[in-house]
Design a binder for this molecule. Structure first.
Ligand SMILES: [Fe+2]
Length: 195
């Protein structure tokens, strides 16, 4: 007998090997011109600062060095090299006490979502990914046996980590407890079906 995890959720993580100085420079320029999302604009952040790129196309965070490296990783893991990838990206700056509510990036045009961690100082919270099978599973014996009854799994990010996951997967970020800013760059990826 062999075990098959039917409809398992694809999730990817690892160090990207990007030059954080180049990204820091792009970020500093972006911070001067970007308008943070207003609190009622549907961003996931509570406190902190989230750039408008998630909603306003003219404010996407651009950094060719970073997105070329991310593209290369996506091509490696998916063998999607025949289709041009399109990114929209935004910056999350978490100050002490801020966090990101549980949310997904639900949009049928998207292929994957992801996040790159530029700064993860002491006290940075974990990111949680929620079991997409739904809450009714969580009281069942098989779930307790195979998944220890967990309704979410956590990942502790470190600087230069890249995570990729399906856009529909619910996630949230713990409260940031450190004094220094925790900075991540989040993005959605789409590709052109007809390319
Ligand atoms: Fe998100």
């Amino acid at each position: 007998m062999q075990r098959f995890d039917l409809f398992a959720t694809p999730f990817f993580s690892g160090s990207l090997g990007a030059d954080t100085d180049i990204i820091e420079q792009a970020l500093n320029e972006f911070r001067n011109i970007a308008t943070p999302l207003p609190p009622d604009a549907g961003g996931s952040n509570v406190g902190g600062w989230q750039s408008g790129g998630i909603k306003l196309s003219e404010q996407y965070f651009e950094c060719p060095h970073l997105f070329q490296k991310i593209s290369n990783e996506i091509v490696k893991i998916t063998e999607i090299s025949d289709k041009p990838l399109r990114f929209n990206s935004w910056v999350n700056i978490n100050t002490k006490g801020s966090y990101n509510r549980r949310h997904s990036h639900l949009n049928t045009n998207l292929f994957l979502s992801g996040v790159y961690y530029l700064r993860t100082p002491e006290g940075s919270g974990d990111i949680k990914f929620w079991d997409p099978r739904g809450h009714w599973v969580h009281g069942m014996k098989d779930h307790k046996f195979f998944y220890n009854g967990n309704s979410y799994l956590t990942y502790t990010p470190k600087q230069d980590d890249l995570l990729l996951f399906p856009s529909w997967l619910d996630h949230e970020v713990d409260e940031h407890k450190g004094d220094e800013e925790r900075i991540s760059i989040a993005f959605n990826v789409a590709y052109d079906e007809n390319a």
